[in-house]
Design a protein around this ligand. Structure first.
Ligand code: HEC
Ligand code: HEC
Length: 200
């Protein structure tokens, strides 16, 4: 009995450890703080959450039949951010910086407490990284910061933080290189995160 238990532990550690390394979860969110932020950062001017807030932009949170996970949030933000920023500019609302912790708080408030992501696949992530043109800049340190130093610390929430902190510079570089902003599904986001965490 003791013996089979220790086998079980050894096997589950072997199975769990590699995926734990690839899937950095990021911090735990808090819904109360998320609600406060949603109003303070003025997201509520345009978006609603469970009926509360503005109507000029899509309601946030799980859509019917959807499993809402951190990658859903990060993927949809990366996909829609350029139009969102135009709307913010028109409305005279300044773009906030959002920390990794704040992204986690917003996620839980939007209704994602129950949803978690399956680990992405690093090899597939590399393919997405090329297909979405990330590699065309980030594999060249003259074009964009080297992302290998982020390895081990990338989560869906840190990707949200990077977007609000560095997205403007990234967009400017894309415009100057005639590169279009790319959209990303939640699954693609998960693969990219796995790839960035695995980079040596
Ligand atoms: C001035 C209005 C405005 C403000 C303020 C605003 N957004 Fe948006 N947001 C938009 C619009 C418009 C879109 C959809 C863009 C598109 O169609 O591509 C969007 C898209 C999004 C999406 C993707 C939604 C989806 O269903 O795919 C998320 C997530 C999001 N916003 C989060 C936020 C958060 C968090 C804040 C506050 C920090 C915020 N937004 C502030 C206008 C706004
Ligand atoms: C046209 C060039 C270009 C493309 C394409 C591009 N980036 Fe970037 N990226 C940049 C630049 C430039 C910065 C730094 C911007 C700044 O700090 O102002 C940056 C910053 C970042 C950061 C923040 C790095 C940090 O130090 O925290 C991340 C993460 C990132 N990019 C990921 C991606 C991903 C994922 C893709 C593909 C979906 C992508 N980038 C596509 C140029 C690019």
């Amino acid at each position: 009995m003791a013996r089979s238990t220790s086998y079980f532990l050894v096997i589950s550690a072997a199975v769990l450890l590699p995926s734990a390394c690839i899937l950095a979860q990021g911090p735990q969110g808090n819904a109360g703080r998320g609600e406060k932020l949603f109003n303070e950062l003025r997201c509520s001017t345009c978006h609603s959450v469970r009926g509360a807030g503005g109507a000029s932009a899509p309601a946030l949170g799980p859509k019917a039949g959807q499993t809402y996970t951190p990658n859903t949030l990060a993927g949809s933000m990366w996909s829609h951010v350029t139009k969102m920023w135009e709307a913010m500019k028109t409305a005279g609302i300044s773009r906030p910086k959002i920390t990794e912790q704040q992204a986690a708080d917003l996620f839980v408030y939007f209704g994602g407490a129950a949803g978690s992501d399956k680990p992405g696949n690093a090899a597939q992530g590399r393919k997405v990284f090329e297909a979405k043109l990330c590699a065309s800049c980030h594999d060249d340190s003259y074009q964009a910061p080297d992302l290998t130093r982020l390895a081990g610390n990338v989560s869906a929430y840190s990707m949200v933080q990077s977007l609000w902190e560095h997205g403007e510079g990234m967009l400017a570089r894309m415009v100057s290189r005639n590169t279009a902003w790319q959209t990303m599904t939640a699954a693609e986001m998960g693969h990219i995160i796995a790839y960035l965490n695995s980079k040596k």
